[in-house]
Design a protein around this ligand. Structure first.
Ligand code: SAH
Length: 392
């Protein structure tokens, strides 16, 4: 493959790559990116075990199922939408993006035009005035359901019905529209209050044969194609035999636990975000799964409670955020002494730290599988299988 040509083409394909900063590896061909990520994982985790070759994508473009655009004005007064320039709140105007879902980008462009034709205002962070702040679009790649979230600085929505009607006329593929009100001085995109303007207020998608409900706020993996690869590896590593008591820690909307539940005796999911836990419970119902329960708690506190109650755990799936896990969680995990721990991580640096702890306390790394969930960025996801070395 003419890699260098490809890489030059990429640079040309994205005129804002320098300003945006989202795709740190834009100057590398995809093959070079995979090599770079493999080397990064080998450097950090290679001393624990041999690292299997990274699983990349066949088509590493337009994989993001969730697209967010900030709205604002240029100094000259033109309404623009796009991404924040890295570490600033300056909006880099973007019409399309190599890694974002194409349909989502089209919808955002339409909204930019509608804002002008409806003479609506955009939010100005400097004086906290104005209407539209952000637009968030999520698409279920398998179901093709599309959610549009209009994040507004005020709850008043001038010409609301006509706006919604026109957006639906131009994009009949949209299945739900939500207004989210965020009038706070914050860099968080979504506020607390929500009004459903059209449809159900959520979308559903299918992963590994299971259906999942995704609401505006809940965490859902942004690359569904590679998520299937990742979850399949995680469940394969657990090698369940329909008897085990499984914990899915940091479970989000319950995806890993639900996919694993078919092969397990019982699954217990734990997650801090209450919206996600509500979705997880619904997801278990949608999929007719009866051997799973979800709890809203800090994962460390939850594991400590399990340990103090003398509960049992055979297999622990853990998928913490970038900061990794904490001592409370890890020490309780060791005390619960599951036979297997499947550690999924989006940050091999904190994973390395946590693996050192688990290895010191009776576990051995048996498999390491990197998966490329975020082509063109420098992020890499890894699944690690650990097994208890001493018998209870
Ligand atoms: N396993 C899920 C989510 C992984 S992302 C999936 O694959 O979709 C990490 C999750 O950990 C997020 O849902 C976040 O809300 C949750 N989280 C962050 N800190 C937490 C904590 N201290 N205790 C429990 N959950 C936490």
């Amino acid at each position: 493959m003419p890699q260098n040509k490809l890489s030059k083409e990429n640079a040309r394909l994205c005129p804002v790559s320098r300003k945006c900063g989202g795709c740190q590896l834009m100057n590398l061909s995809y093959e070079e990116q995979l090599k770079y990520k493999q080397a990064k994982v080998v450097k950090l985790l290679g001393s624990f075990h041999r690292v299997s070759p990274i699983i990349g994508m066949n088509e590493p473009f337009h994989y993001r199922n969730k697209v967010q655009a900030a709205f604002g004005r240029t100094r000259g007064g033109e309404i623009i939408s796009g991404v924040y320039q890295s570490s600033t709140h300056n909006i880099v105007k973007t019409d399309s993006c190599l890694i974002e879902d194409k349909k989502a980008d089209e919808i955002i462009l339409t909204i930019r035009k509608l804002i002008k034709s409806f003479k609506l205002t955009v939010y100005d962070e400097k004086n906290s005035r104005g209407f539209l702040r952000h637009v968030l679009v999520k698409r279920g790649f398998q179901t093709n359901e599309i959610m549009v979230v209009l994040v507004t600085g005020t709850s008043v929505f001038p010409s609301k019905n006509d706006f919604v009607k026109e957006l639906l006329r131009l994009h009949p593929e949209i299945t739900t529209i939500v207004q989210n009100i965020n009038n706070k001085f914050t860099s968080m995109v979504l506020g607390d209050k929500e009004t459903v303007l059209f449809g159900k207020g959520y979308i559903e998608d299918v992963l590994c044969g299971c259906r999942f409900r995704i609401s505006p706020k809940s965490f859902y993996q942004i690359n569904p194609i590679q998520t299937e690869v990742l979850y399949s590896k995680a469940v394969e590593f657990a090698n369940l035999s329909c008897k085990e008591r499984v914990i899915d820690a940091y479970c989000g909307i319950g995806t890993i636990g639900i996919v694993a539940s078919k092969g397990a005796g019982e699954v217990i999911g734990c997650e801090l975000n209450s919206d996600a836990v509500r979705d997880a419970k619904v997801n278990a119902k949608i999929n007719d799964i009866e051997n799973i329960r979800f709890f809203c708690a800090d994962a460390g506190e939850f594991m400590l409670g399990m340990k103090e109650n003398g509960e049992k755990c055979d297999v622990l799936f853990m998928d913490p955020p970038r900061a990794g896990s904490d001592k409370k969680f890890l020490s309780s995990a060791v005390a619960l002494s599951p036979e297997k721990i499947v550690y999924i991580s989006c940050n091999p640096e904190t994973q390395q730290r946590d693996l050192f702890y688990l290895i010191k306390n009776g576990y051995k790394v048996k498999k390491i599988q990197p998966v490329d969930m975020f082509p063109y960025t420098n992020h890499v996801e890894t699944v690690v299988l650990l097994e208890r070395t001493v018998d209870n």
